[in-house]
Design a protein around this ligand. Structure first.
Ligand code: BGC
Length: 788
């Protein structure tokens, strides 16, 4: 039975979360020891600590035995440079390349994410790394995002939950994480200065939520501040983001590390609550600026001290818990990488059960596409891992499945030339003679990269032509896609089967083979919507930026929230993924159909494997508010669980929902709000394959003060039975004049007047009230409370 923890009410874990038993007073990072060190540090030494020593390490202070910590990318493997002062591109130490985040998220398996995290933690320990720069929980706002392969999902809840599990896994091994890139960092174009122009509600509901969940549930040792500006302020300089929300609201106990070269003004950064500038290239110059700022009173020393204390806590603790005896068990991790990649395989289409490839149906297999011998397994940029080995599809199928099948290969396209169609004819001949054709297509490495957004969502023309031609000559054509984010598939109707293999890491080829040949039953589900065409995507008109302004014009309606609201049929919806078996859903039950915002609601559902083979199902729970005071998405994901079921086996899933799961972010009140009213709980196999529904009614127990201003509309007071009498008291004569024969309470107010702000009523009442009286009236109303 699976459970879902309630993130709003989750107890805050201490920064020691996950690390082995730690006593408090003798710890090098105890508050007493930190006090002692702080009292002995000079101003210069404190300032030194707030900038890196070099590319990857913090500044040690030998005089006081303050060690350094070593940081390394992240997120899906270690990019550990040979030394802390070299960059590690090309000469990084070998490390396991796990599937990238978009594959990890397709597993929808928090347990697996924890396992990957632990393996990464072990590799980091073995390579002397104290802090891994990941996970990335930025939202995939558009399929064009160049770094989508490094991020989990278009859904904030899924991203946050997976991020938290990854962090727990890594940190359980005594290695820290850096949750990145905080926040609203959703374009690569002009990423160093683009301004994310995102409204408060959207920022909170969508872009902050994954960070909030991960911080509250897993306390990463650090959060990485983004390059971009948010609402006009640089991510490294925002007191609102770094102190008010992160520290004060969410209880973050770690340090904020700048993204590499993100700092513009260190003094401003420290004042805002940014701890550590990375890398430390210009530290020798900017240190002096910080020292001067303290000396001339521009920066309070107490502010600097707060930042330094936090850094000391992390640095001392990281060194104390570091365990260099842990092994970088490359063989074991290769196996784990294959298992994870196979859990991520997402079967998008399988008409006529063309897959799996079994001996009773097929003998000759045509494998087509250069990816079969030259795999694409990760993305471009800072996350690039140098794996000790990379499996190739042709090798794996030859070794592991070749005994039972005749397997032949044709290149089909050249990865070095998108528009070279000369290899297609040979491939077609091979496919026509075979019983089934496996076409490995997708995006070449240069299509998906940090620092650059994609220009379109198309595959290279040579891949599309190849698929068309093969589909014409072989009815049993299976397309296996390799890409880090959604792509268009113009040939979708002419092929019976499509397998999304993502960027599967060094062992991804084996995972594809296992799924295709039926050794593994596919169980991945889409963590992002696949659109039919780019023009259908929610941010189409606002991506990437205009003059550095990234307008989040689609607000909270993007990903499935957009397709649902606009009633646009996507190519493949969020949460979609097929299996070689079938699952039936039954017995949706709730602990109570009426509940209050103080209650936890338990939702249970039974899932049964009704097919002939074992399989796994990702059960998804969505919530819909039937009538809200603001425009809300049709449905929003609020729970998921992955179940393994033998044929005929049933299991019950349990979800726990709290008020936050029913809430939206109210801009008016500056907080999350769960309103009284009816909600629908929807349980299903994807966002568009809802199997069961249940209505529940929430009664709020809150008493909120009204939040009116002099610009609030007349209508809001007139239509509120509690406030109407006050309004009548305020302007009896004018209301009376609008009432015909009745008293002022009977007044019939035209719509155009009802939609006027209150401050205009001195004018409309011809002076019966003045502006001061209106303001006093508003103040009186705002003293009153109501239940939302
Ligand atoms: C990236 C980060 C990365 C850092 C260090 C930056 O350019 O945005 O994700 O961790 O470099 O390589």
């Amino acid at each position: 039975m699976g459970t879902k923890s309630v993130y709003l009410t989750a107890a805050l874990l201490s920064i020691g979360a996950g690390a082995e038993a730690e006593s408090t007073d003798e710890q090098t990072w105890s508050e007493e020891n930190i006090d002692r060190l702080m009292s002995r540090m000079s101003l210069e030494e404190k300032v030194l600590l707030t900038s890196g020593r070099d590319a990857w390490s913090t500044q040690p202070i030998d005089r006081l035995d303050i060690p350094y910590i070593w940081m390394a990318d992240g997120p899906h493997g270690l990019r550990r440079a040979p030394s802390t002062d070299t960059w590690g591109y090309g000469d990084q130490l070998p490390a396991t390349c796990f599937p990238t985040a978009s594959a990890l998220s397709a597993t929808w398996d928090v347990g697996l994410l924890r396992e990957v995290g632990s393996a990464l933690g072990d590799e980091a320990s073995a390579l002397g790394v104290n802090m891994l720069l990941g996970p990335g929980v930025n939202i995939k706002r558009s399929p064009l995002g160049g770094r989508n392969f490094e991020y989990f999902s278009e859904d904030p809840y899924l991203s946050g939950k997976l991020g938290a599990a990854y962090i727990e896994g890594v940190q359980a091994r005594g290695v820290g994480t850096s949750l990145k890139h905080y926040v609203a960092n959703n374009v690569e174009t002009e990423r160093m200065w683009a301004n994310s122009d995102v409204d408060e509600r959207t920022l909170n509901e969508i872009y902050m939520t994954p960070f909030e969940i991960a911080v509250r549930e897993a306390q990463p040792w650090s959060v990485m501040a983004c390059y971009n500006r948010v609402q006009g302020v640089y991510g490294t300089q925002s007191p609102d983001m770094l102190t008010a929300r992160l520290k004060q609201d969410w209880g973050f106990e770690g340090i904020v590390v700048s993204d590499w070269d993100a700092v513009i003004d260190r003094v401003e950064g420290i004042r805002a609550g940014m701890h550590l500038e990375m890398p430390g290239k210009l530290g020798h110059l900017t240190n002096k600026m910080v020292i001067d700022a303290v000396k001339n009173g521009e920066l309070e020393e107490a502010q600097l001290d707060r930042v330094v204390r936090d850094i000391l806590r992390v640095v001392l603790r990281a060194n104390a818990v570091a365990d260099s005896t842990r092994a970088q068990d490359l063989d074991e991790h290769h196996k784990l990488a294959r298992r994870v990649a196979s859990e991520a395989i997402t079967l998008l289409k399988n008409d006529g059960a063309v897959l799996p490839v079994t001996r009773d149906r097929y003998r000759k297999i045509a494998v087509i596409g250069e990816f079969a011998v030259n795999p694409r397994y990760q993305g471009n940029g800072s996350s690039e891992v140098r794996p000790p080995r990379v499996d190739e599809f042709m090798d794996i199928v030859g070794q592991e499945y070749g005994e039972n099948f005749e397997i032949e290969y044709a290149q089909g396209y050249r990865l070095s030339d998108d528009a070279d169609f000369t290899l297609i004819d040979d491939a077609v001949r091979l496919a026509a003679e075979a019983d089934v054709a496996l076409v490995l297509a997708g995006l070449p490495l240069h299509y998906e990269s940090e620092g650059i957004d994609r220009l379109h969502i198309d595959l290279p023309p040579s891949h599309n032509h190849l698929v068309d031609a093969i589909a014409d000559s072989q009815p049993n054509t299976v397309v296996v896609l390799t890409n880090g984010s959604a792509v268009a598939t113009p040939w979708v109707d002419s092929v019976p089967s499509i397998v999304e293999a993502w960027l599967g890491g060094q062992a991804g080829a084996g995972a594809v083979a296992d799924a295709v040949f039926g050794k593994v039953n596919p169980s991945g589900k889409l963590a992002e919507t696949f659109p039919v065409r780019l023009e259908d995507t929610p941010a189409f008109l606002n991506f990437p930026a205009e003059d550095g302004e990234v307008l989040y014009g689609e607000r909270v309606f993007f990903g499935y929230r957009y397709y649902d609201k606009r009633k646009i049929v996507p190519l493949f919806p969020f949460g979609h993924g097929l299996s070689y078996t079938d699952f039936a859903y039954s017995n949706l039950e709730v602990s109570s159909e009426q509940f209050s915002d103080q209650d936890l609601l338990t939702v249970t559902v039974t899932v049964t494997n009704t097919g002939d083979v074992a399989g796994k199902e990702v059960v998804q729970l969505y919530v819909k508010e039937e009538e809200a005071s603001v425009l809300r998405p049709e449905i929003e994901l609020r729970g998921f669980d992955k179940l393994e079921l033998a044929p005929a086996e049933s299991k019950q899933v349990e979800f726990l929902l709290s008020a936050r799961d029913f809430a939206f972010y109210s801009t008016r009140h500056g907080r999350w709000l769960a309103e009284s009213g009816d909600f629908e709980l929807l349980v299903g196999a994807s966002s568009r394959d809802i199997r069961l529904r249940q209505r529940v009614t929430l009664q709020s127990t809150e008493k909120l003060n009204y939040q009116f201003s002099e610009y609030s509309f007349f209508r809001e007071f007139w239509s509120n039975p509690e406030l109407k009498p006050l309004l009548i008291e305020l302007m009896p004569e004018w209301l009376g004049s609008q009432a015909g024969d009745g008293g002022p309470g009977e007044a019939v107010i035209q719509d155009f007047l009802q939609d006027q702000p209150m401050i205009k009523f001195p004018h409309f009442t011809l002076g019966e009230v003045n502006a001061e009286q209106i303001r006093a009236f508003i103040a009186e109303c705002n003293e009153m409370t109501y239940t939302p």
